[in-house]
Design a protein around this ligand. Sequence first.
Ligand code: ADP
Ligand code: ASP
Ligand code: MG
Length: 419
Amino acid sequence: MGLIVQKFGGTSVADAARIHRAARKAIAAKERGNKVVVVVSAMGDTTDDLIDLAKQVCTVDGKEVVPPKREMDQLLVTGEQVTIALMAMAVCALGHPAVSFTGGQIGLLTDEAFSKARIKSIDEKRIHKELDAGTIVIVAGFQGVTPDGHFTTLGRGGSNATLVAVGAVLKADVCENYTDVDGIYTADPRLVPNARKIARISYDEMMELSGLGASVLQTRAVEFAKKYGVPLHVRNSQNDNEGTWIVSETQTMEHIVVSGAALKKDLTRVTIKNVPDRPGVAARIFHAIAAANIMVDDIIQNVMHDNTANISFTVEHGDLHDLRPVVEKLVTDLGAGTVAAFQGDLAKVSVVGVGMRTHTGVAERMFKALADAKVNIQNITTSEIKISCIIDREHGPAALRAVHDAFELGGPGGAAAKR
Ligand code: ADP
Ligand code: ASP
Ligand code: MG
């Protein structure tokens, strides 16, 4: 007998009919002789709608104030709580025992970083007890509680993290991530019509793709899956097709230079001008930003003639609310007439592949594709297995298609299809 953890994303539980379809998948897995845990997201656009409602309530005389983070999480966890109860009812209505649990009810403890909390532990005993009794266990994704009992959320797409964490503690045979596409594609199939489904992709490549904009899986969830060796299968909730397996790297994977391309929209570049050019200043700046739980990327420092430097970096647009006060405080603390500038409307187009470790010419090919598409590159960053270019946001989708074509990822003979 195996143990399967399935996760159904927002579109896969958007209405009663889809909840039934998801419930039937869980029941089918149980009837094949498995113990089954189901993690669910909030229905459809519920999380976005709740965020919008919070914005409306927090706008006074036309001015929007930032809601208290604790209250925001208190609000957002309600989305998943609706789905767990409905999913348990659907399974029961179809004739199988089921029980639903919130994050807190399975002892899913997190740190106190509201809106981006990290999972610390899960008490698997309660889940095991129900599974041993033959019950299908339904768990709310995206949420946890602090040791003091405050509700927390795990960042957008956080139900992926719940799936992997529950899979890891239960030592699941497989974690099935059911979504609205057939698996992981060579690029977002909504932006690149000739993108191809990939049969197998390594944890490292998936981690890069997720971090670079492939929102189908949350980066943290993939990181966790790699750390604990959780076998992850991304599939379509609307059919029974084989999806994409996210697995440890194999030698044959290196034969394909680029396995996927991704686009991250909504980036903002922040520039802190005229900071003193002496040891320790950059450390101080990025320590303060990291302490606020904000990820930065693409750091550039230009040293001026007057012993000062301009430091630029990009952040996701959604982090600006949190970043502004940190940067403003830094500017005050550092003195020396420092000024912070914010430039929005940026995007990042990237290509990823473990084959880059052993092949040359990838950067050249990417830059040529962007030049041919008349896309100006503002900044470039690389790692062992990725190359990223910061560009104007308005060119994002065209740039993604251009690099996807340049590496011949699409179409019937697409490179990734050969894996
Ligand atoms: P869910 O609600 O199931 O969590 P998401 O909307 O979070 O679904 O993720 C699925 C979406 O991710 C797809 O509809 C697709 O548009 C997008 N996506 C972005 N990049 C990729 C990719 N490389 N492969 C597959 N889907 C991708
Ligand atoms: N409902 C949450 C979100 O929309 C979590 C998730 O769907 O994974 O981000
Ligand atoms: Mg998602």
